[in-house]
Design a protein around this ligand. Structure first.
Ligand code: C2E
Ligand code: MG
Ligand code: MG
Length: 858
């Protein structure tokens, strides 16, 4: 039979070779005249039917061969014994042999390595209705080999069982597989394959390395998921169902870039991975049968970022990024926490809305400039969270680096609430007096300056307040009581002033009130009265009650000064004037006060040069026994003769000298001059006249008085008893630390020590007891009133009683009349001093009088 394909005859046997073909035999029989016509007609019809069937079979055969040769893989037909009955065109090409070298030959010709009974399992499968698949290596005509996957199936041909075997060339797939494996091996990303039960079925070397699994160990033992705890990015446990491979299996789609932690229980090791999980489907299957996970170790990265997060949290700095086109605002966790952990803004507009109105504008302007001009900004912004709590942030920002279109702005956000609070506390501390909590000197000066500059606020008045008997309380009751008094006084002043002005503690016991002057300028006076009233009730300490008053000076700007310093100075001057005159009152600054202020300045200027210009001299006033007028001592009184200012009494300049400190030099001069004079009188044969010298409290504080006195006595070779020192009560009040020591040293030298003007000041009896003094001088203030003024009489009696009680001497000053002398004698006062006996006289005059009278005055 010829084939239409032009190939050699099909080897499939269809009839016996030695017999004539059946149609020809039928044709011959039909033409046989010996047969009846009906039989010949039947034979002819049979032949036609046979020919028709033949042409159908031929067509089927042709179709079979066309199909057979169209299969791209080699297909062979084998008989039960493995003889090749047919091979398609792809087979001839693949094995590179002629047809006759294969067809009719046993299958071993194609694969010499096949085991002897290789067909048994094939038939076994075939009989069970299956296709048998096997991978083998076949051989080409030239002896070279190639891998094939052979699918074998059975079929029956003309009653005989045959096999059809399709061999797929695996060469390319094998190469791809090798390349794939090599890739897996060299890849630094881990690849793991899990089956549907979550079992780890494959891991590339990187996976094993990353997960710390030794190569060669059984994956089932070492890498099953039970060994691991999976962690979510926040550190919490990641549920099994959320693991990327499990999700990929469940959802049947790729799960991308998931950050997860893996903690190995036994090794106590934590890995952070980013994982992509890809589900894999079996050919034709619609459910994934395994999942491939690709992962990278980001442990260090995560650690760095965790560290970064922690650093951010510690520094209270967060980050933000703004997509300018969508207004989307991305905040880092810390930035979100700073702004509003419950409802962080997700657009810039929402953030802006949280800010104070003025800061809204500032931020909008800055953002606008950043977008338009690519400029950066650095702003401190305040706002409120949704719960009403305030925040204070420093926002730094600008266009994202390398973003020429400035479509994104990025920056940091720092929580500066704490530093703002610290700043505020520091600012407050720098402005307040720690004891009273009032403004301090600098703060009130700043405020006064601002108010004076600010013309709109109207006229400003300053009240300078000084507590009248503060030093007494402080000294008598101790510094704690003093502090308590200041706090109480501050409180009272605060209540009295209310919101009419600002109050500051200006110095030790000095306060300053700055307030509006008001339209009629009496406003400040009303405030002053309120303050004085508030001191009406006594102050209590423990069980004792003290009456403390205040003296207030008032100055108005700009009349009494157009600069803060002058204004305060003038209020101070008015306060002094008030204290001098009445105490517990107020005094407005006046031009006359201004004049005295100027005088004071002039006096102080001249005073500074008075010693060098030799402008001082001393006069001497005798102290006499009241009964007989016999001289006991002479008080040296200073006089100042200045060419411009004329002759001046100490009342006019001693205060100034004390306030400028010049008194120390002046006092030293007086001391030396008095001793020099005493020595001169002695040398002139007048005998030793004890000279009483007035000593300022300042000489006790500033200088080593005892040493100076010792030196002067030594210089003029005088005994200590030739000198008497008169201290005012201020010495007692100031209570310099070394007063007691100095007094003791002076007394040890034989120097006489007296308290001058006793009764005028605030002498506390316990001080008198403590100090090793010899006597008191009864102030002329009281002596002047006796014997008629009853209260003066009472004071004189009291002082005489004290002197007697403490065993102190007593000298009455300012004795001008015989009546006073009598009164004092009756009171038991032994010594007096006054015009009744003699005024202060020059040294020469004094010496002459002593010689003339034999030392008896009056
Ligand atoms: P003082 O120590 O009480 O001196 C007595 C003052 O009374 C003297 O005034 C004296 O001239 C005055 N005086 C004396 N007898 C009478 C009298 O019968 N009637 C009246 N009305 N006054 C009389 P002076 O010299 O003006 O001194 C005033 C004060 O100046 C002194 O008061 C003393 O505290 C202080 N002083 C005087 N000289 C010095 C000195 O050298 N150093 C210091 N630190 N103070 C001095
Ligand atoms: Mg005196
Ligand atoms: Mg006196």
């Amino acid at each position: 039979m010829k084939q239409a394909t032009g190939m050699e005859d099909a080897t499939l046997p269809d009839h016996p070779q030695d017999e004539p073909p059946l149609p020809d035999a039928l044709a011959a029989a039909a033409d046989d005249p010996t047969l009846p016509t009906s039989a010949r007609a039947l034979l002819r019809r049979a032949r036609e039917a046979l020919l028709a069937a033949r042409s159908d079979a031929d067509a089927a055969h042709l179709r079979y061969h066309a199909l057979f040769d169209a299969v791209p893989d080699p297909v062979s037909i084998l008989d039960a014994q493995g003889i090749v009955l047919d091979l398609n065109r792809a087979g001839l090409l693949a094995y590179q042999r002629p047809r006759e070298a294969i067809v009719g030959q046993p299958i071993e010709v194609l694969n010499p390595d096949l085991p002897r009974d290789h067909l048994a399992p094939v038939w076994d499968a075939v009989h069970r209705g299956r296709t048998y698949v096997i991978e083998v290596t076949n051989m080409r005509g030239d002896g070279s080999r190639f891998p094939v996957e052979v699918h074998s199936a059975g079929f029956e041909h003309e009653g005989r069982p045959c096999l059809v075997a399709v061999a797929r060339d695996l060469s390319e797939r094998r190469e791809a597989e090798v390349r794939y494996r090599e890739l897996m091996d060299v890849m630094d990303r881990g690849i793991a394959i899990h089956d549907t039960a979550g079992r780890f079925v494959y891991g590339n070397p990187a996976a094993l390395r990353l997960l710390g699994i030794r190569q060669g160990t059984s994956l089932g033992d070492t890498a099953n998921l039970g060994d691991w705890i999976a962690l979510a990015p926040d550190g919490g446990e990641m549920p099994w169902a959320e693991l990327p491979p499990i999700r990929a299996l469940r959802e049947g789609r790729i799960v991308e870039s998931t950050l997860m932690g893996l903690y190995h229980r036994r090794r106590r090791q934590l890995y952070w991975l980013t994982v992509n999980a890809v589900p894999q489907y079996p050919p034709g299957g619609d459910r994934p049968h395994q999942v491939l996970s690709l992962f990278s170790d980001v442990t260090t990265l995560k650690r760095d970022s965790a560290m970064f997060d922690r650093v951010q949290a510690l520094a209270h700095i967060g980050g933000w990024e703004l997509d300018c086109t969508s207004d989307r605002l991305h905040l880092t966790a810390e930035a979100a926490r700073i702004l509003d952990s419950h409802a962080p803004p997700d657009t810039m507009e929402a953030l802006v809305a949280m800010l104070l109105p003025s800061d809204q504008t500032r931020l909008r302007d800055a953002l606008g400039a950043a977008m338009l001009e690519a400029s950066g900004f650095d702003l401190e912004l305040q706002g409120l969270r949704h719960d009403g709590s305030p925040f204070w942030v420093r926002a730094i920002g600008g266009p994202r680096h390398g973003d020429p279109a400035t479509s994104r702005l990025t920056g940091t956000l720092q929580d500066i609430a704490r530093s703002k609070r610290d700043e505020e506390i520091l600012r407050l501390q720098a402005r307040t007096d720690p004891l009273t909590g009032l403004l301090n000197r600098d703060a009130i000066l700043g405020e006064l300056e601002a108010r004076m500059r600010d013309g709109v606020r109207g006229k400003v008045a300053v009240l300078y307040i000084d507590l009248d008997r503060f030093k007494f309380v402080n000294d008598a009751l101790g510094h704690n009581a003093g502090d308590e008094l200041l706090v109480a006084a501050a409180h009272r002043i605060g209540r009295a002033v209310g919101d009419a002005g600002s109050i500051a503690r200006f110095g030790g016991d000095e306060f300053l009130v700055v307030c509006d002057a008001g339209p009629d300028a009496s406003h400040a006076e009303r405030v002053a009265n309120a303050i004085l009233d508030s001191f009406g009730d006594g102050f209590r300490f423990d069980s004792e009650e003290f009456s403390i008053t205040a003296s207030i000076g008032i100055a108005h700007a700009p009349d009494d000064g157009d600069r803060p310093q002058t204004l305060i100075q003038n209020a101070d001057a008015a306060m002094y004037e008030s204290k001098r005159r009445i105490r517990n009152g107020w005094q407005r600054f006046t031009p006359a006060l201004a004049q005295s202020q100027q005088d004071r300045l002039r006096v102080e200027t001249h005073l500074r040069r008075a010693i060098d210009n030799d402008e001082f001299h001393l006069v001497y006033q005798p102290q006499v026994e009241l009964r007989h007028g016999r001289i006991v001592a002479a008080e040296a009184l200073i006089r100042w003769r200045n060419r411009q200012l004329g002759e001046m009494r100490p009342d006019h300049f001693i205060d100034h000298a004390e306030s400028t400190g010049d008194i120390v030099r002046i006092g030293a001069w007086v001391m030396r001059e008095a001793c020099r004079q005493s020595a001169a009188w002695r040398d002139a044969g007048l005998g030793v006249v004890r000279v009483a010298v007035n000593v300022s409290f300042r000489q006790l504080v500033g200088d080593d008085l005892a040493a100076n006195v010792g030196a002067v006595l030594a210089e003029f070779d005088l005994p200590g008893s030739a000198l008497e020192l008169e201290f005012t009560e201020r010495v007692l009040i100031e209570d310099a630390p070394d007063t007691l020591k100095t007094f003791a040293a002076l007394r040890a030298m034989g120097v006489m020590l007296t308290i001058d003007d006793f009764g005028e000041g605030y002498s506390a009896l316990n001080y008198l007891r403590r100090l090793p003094i010899h006597g008191l001088k009864l102030s002329q203030l009281f002596v002047g009133g006796v014997p008629d003024d009853r209260s003066d009489v009472a004071v004189c009696q009291a002082v005489a009683g004290i002197a007697r009680g403490l065993g102190l001497g007593l000298v009455a000053e300012g004795v001008e009349s015989e009546a006073q002398r009598r009164f004092l004698i009756d009171l038991g006062v032994p010594v007096g001093q006054g015009f009744l006996f003699a005024p202060g006289m020059s040294a020469d005059e004094f010496a002459r009088r002593v010689r003339d009278t034999g030392g008896v005055f009056g």
